[in-house]
Design a binder for this molecule. Sequence first.
Ligand SMILES: Cc1cc2nc3c(=O)[nH]c(=O)nc-3n(C[C@H](O)[C@H](O)[C@H](O)COP(=O)(O)OP(=O)(O)OC[C@H]3O[C@@H](n4cnc5c(N)ncnc54)[C@H](O)[C@@H]3O)c2cc1C
Length: 381
Amino acid sequence: MIYDVAIIGGGASGLMFASYLNKRKYKNACIIETNTKLAQKLKVSGGSKCNITNDKITSKNYLGDESLVSNLLKEYSNKDLLEFLNKNNVHPKLNPKIVKGTYFCNSSQDVIDMFSKLTSHIKKYLDTKVLDLEFKNDVYEIKTNKQKILAKKVVVSSGGLSYPALGASSVAYDIAKKFGHTIEKCEPALVGYTVQKDQFWFKKLAGVSLYANIFIDNRKFEGSLLFAHKGCSGPVVLTSSLFWQKGKIAVDFLPKENIDKLLVGNKNISTAIPLPKRFILEFLESLDIKDKPINKLTNEELQKIKTIKYYEFAPAGNFGYTKAEVTKGGINTNEINHSTFESNLQKNLYFIGECLDVTGQLGGFNFQIVFAQSYRCAINF
Ligand SMILES: Cc1cc2nc3c(=O)[nH]c(=O)nc-3n(C[C@H](O)[C@H](O)[C@H](O)COP(=O)(O)OP(=O)(O)OC[C@H]3O[C@@H](n4cnc5c(N)ncnc54)[C@H](O)[C@@H]3O)c2cc1C
């Protein structure tokens, strides 16, 4: 049997594409998924409540081709996505507690159940890993760890390299390269930073969190910073990691306070500065300063403490693909038809989702753009 279309990857983009695919025109379609269940990354997303979109989305929230992104967001906006979900009995709610504008579902399983229902007519090959793709006599031959699957058209929606434990593989990039595509450098993103020796004091604070600002070049990020065994993490760190190349970043650990006003009087430093005492004590130790009354500090010590408002350091690296929420970089979008997502280099071969060189910030931006690509690809298919 030769399928009309084979979808490689039963995750967010593959399922959204399959949901919008014209049933009458494409009677024989299949989804090939390496896991025994569909959409395992979506399942764990947003702490199993799937942060599916954001109230305040613009192309500025993304790395990648700005005109492609803004065009996609115009065609399939957050409102369109919410309407689609509501129509299918999924009702995300605005919950901006951690990141501004975020919409969370009651449970991410609701989204998976919705997709399973919408794609129930499509054959699923689960527990089937795609290894290679060949094009012979106008037909694609998909090699898997189990059988060969034949299809006239192939949609590659197998995601990026993040979270291999949830099924991620390099197959989209391997296929793209095989058909002549350029892959923009892939790196883990939306991920915590590991630290160099001078910041090993971060590790002693594992579990402590505080509200901070992070500065990278001319960009400023706000949110919660969480100290971790390997360095630091939390929403503000994850979002900033999308823009970090190597080199220094700066943290304002006290964004809502004027430090000059706090550093007066005879209170001890740890009492005067409204931050967790554990943090202040480790911070002071890293500066070689004892906790003592503020009026006993030397000028030099005062200057050192003021770095709390702009603490510069160069992360050693990041926590890697095992912890990164997304992969930045990917298949160069100049080589993809922006109206259809068909490869410009190989007919009847399509790429959608995270495998493309478009990456969003933390806060529902990634599902939104991936769904917008899937929609455009499906309605023009
Ligand atoms: C822990 C975590 C939390 C996240 N939370 C959010 C969030 O709340 N909001 C948000 O917007 N984004 C979130 N993301 C990012 C979001 O999950 C991705 O951007 C999105 O899933 C990408 O969609 P995709 O279809 O391209 O890839 P995926 O959804 O990853 O789908 C790809 C599918 O292809 C399968 N596959 C891979 N290789 C093969 C192969 N060789 N053969 C067969 N199948 C294969 C995979 O198993 C997977 O099911 C999160 C990511 C992680 C890791």
